[in-house]
Design a protein around this ligand. Structure first.
Ligand SMILES: Nc1ncnc2c1ncn2[C@@H]1O[C@H](COP(=O)(O)OP(=O)(O)OP(=O)(O)O)[C@@H](O)[C@H]1O
Length: 453
């Protein structure tokens, strides 16, 4: 690989020199200027592989440069140097398309990590990555779907995969949030390093700190060996915090610190360890509402939600249904070593009329059940066993009488059963979905004859 060129923009000679020396030792060629105007001029006349800019410049600010680069040199990664503690500016720069930021005083290890990651983006070897990005916009990708909402989502993913900014993925249960996280990782410069997914709702509160940050042998009863935490496992890669709204408040504080300091302290350790991890997070809950209700820290929310990505529900992209169904049936057939089942016209019509509270995961469950139940290769409408809501409304009773109480109970039963099904029978999630306490849910199940006392 030829020598790579870095443009440094800073009006303080000391910092410029420090950056030049550090990058020079990394065998990089540097050019330095002290103003927005000079930077724009140089960008117009020379080719660079990376741009490193201070935020405050005599004739403008770093954000202006980030925007200029986004518009005129979209493939050039740009990182900003921010004043100590000015997280808001850093977040603003990331939102404008900066690849990453370092805060002053510049920590040289962090700077070196940042520079190496950024150069992977513009290195010739990254053509493989560009091909992957291209392929992602084609048919045979991991995120199936060509509905307009999906195409927009894929285009955004391809763009923000290049950045190091934290992304918060919002979407209904089963809509594909984890798949989106996988795509962001796969298309970015960290693809060769691990993607570590963690379900924040599944770790017992008392083990959380050690799970995230690791521990030293003997630091508590049961800590019989040193243990690596999830942050270390994701070193150089991506940590995906699924169901992030479930993190207890005490852990939110610790996580915020780890993200801000880019360092962690294993339980029982004397010193901190630097970590270089991109954070992606997701939840089916509206995190902003969780913040309003005091269940989620606002400062952590701002750090995680630098970029928000909404995954459309399956209802909003029903045109993708046939392709998704084909894909799911194909995968099942592969797993079972048989030829794929097909859907009859009537079955497809029924599927298209259903509203999928559990999204793609629910579709997978429906099809797996139907493929198991059907005779031969053809799935008929009745094999789908869709909940009642999908069936045409029953004709009014002959008597013309339909007591309100009965109708309400019937409706209540349907809603609860659907919610249960959507979350695979998990009562806690069902209660959350319906805005009920566990006790209330238990009572209703009993009253509706769905469960014994
Ligand atoms: N666009 C898609 N193309 C193909 N498969 C998909 C797509 N979206 C989701 N799936 C499949 O649907 C299932 C649910 O997806 P995923 O786990 O990513 O959803 P989620 O939103 O993270 O769910 P949860 O809210 O339960 O965490 C998975 O088996 C996944 O492979």
């Amino acid at each position: 690989m030829g020598i790579q060129h870095v443009l440094i923009i800073d009006d303080e000679p000391d910092i410029r020199e420090l950056l030049e020396i550090t990058l020079g030792r990394m065998k990089l060629h540097t050019r330095s200027v002290g103003s927005v105007r000079d930077a724009k001029a140089l960008l117009g006349s020379e080719a660079f592989d990376l741009c490193l800019t201070d935020m405050r410049l005599p004739d403008g600010d770093g954000i202006e440069l980030v925007e200029h680069i986004q518009a005129h040199h979209p493939c050039l990664p740009v990182a900003v140097i921010t004043a100590y503690g000015s997280m808001d500016t850093a977040v603003q720069a990331l939102k404008s398309g900066a690849f990453d930021f370092v805060s002053k005083p510049v920590d040289l290890t962090t700077l070196r990590d940042l520079v190496s990651s950024a150069l992977k983006l513009s290195a010739p070897t990254s053509t493989a990555r560009i091909d992957r990005a291209h392929e992602a916009s084609q048919e045979n990708d991991n995120l199936l779907g060509n509905a307009p909402a999906m195409l927009r989502l894929k285009a955004t993913i391809a763009k923000l995969a290049r950045s190091q900014a934290p992304v918060y993925i919002l979407g209904e249960s089963g809509s594909g949030k984890e798949r989106v996280a996988q795509e962001i990782h796969r298309l970015g410069p960290r693809a060769e390093r691990p993607l570590v997914p963690v379900n924040c709702g599944a770790i017992p509160a008392e083990l959380m700190e050690s799970e995230f940050f690791g521990h030293i042998k003997g630091s508590f009863t049961g800590a019989v060996t040193d243990k690596q935490g999830l942050f270390q496992a994701a070193q150089g890669g991506t940590l995906f915090l699924d169901e992030v709204a479930e993190l207890p408040l005490h852990m939110q504080v610790k996580l915020l610190r780890a993200i801000q300091e880019r360092a962690i302290k294993p339980v029982g350790a004397a010193r901190e360890i630097a970590v270089d991890v991109r954070i992606l997070s997701a939840s089916h809950k509206d995190l902003a509402t969780e913040v309003e209700n005091g269940r989620f820290r606002q400062d952590l929310y701002y750090r995680l939600n630098v970029i928000e990505l909404k995954v459309p529900s399956l209802r909003e992209r029903l045109e993708d249904l046939p392709r998704l169904a084909d894909y799911i049936l194909g995968r099942l057939a592969e797993r079972w070593g048989e030829s794929p089942r097909r859907l009859s016209g009537a079955a497809m019509t029924q599927l298209a009329g259903y509203h999928y509270p559990g999204n793609v995961r629910e579709l997978e469950n429906i099809l797996e059940r139907a493929a198991t139940l059907c005779d031969g290769d053809l799935i008929e409408a009745e094999d789908l066993q869709l909940p009642r809501a999908a069936e045409p409304p029953a004709p009014a009773a002959d008597t013309g009488r339909e007591p309100l109480e009965e109708r309400l109970a019937h409706e209540e039963k349907r809603v609860i059963l659907e919610a249960l099904e959507a979350v695979g029978g998990d009562r806690e999630k069902t209660a959350q979905r319906l805005g009920l306490s566990m006790r209330q849910l238990g009572f209703r199940l009993y009253r509706l004859g769905l469960e014994g006392p």
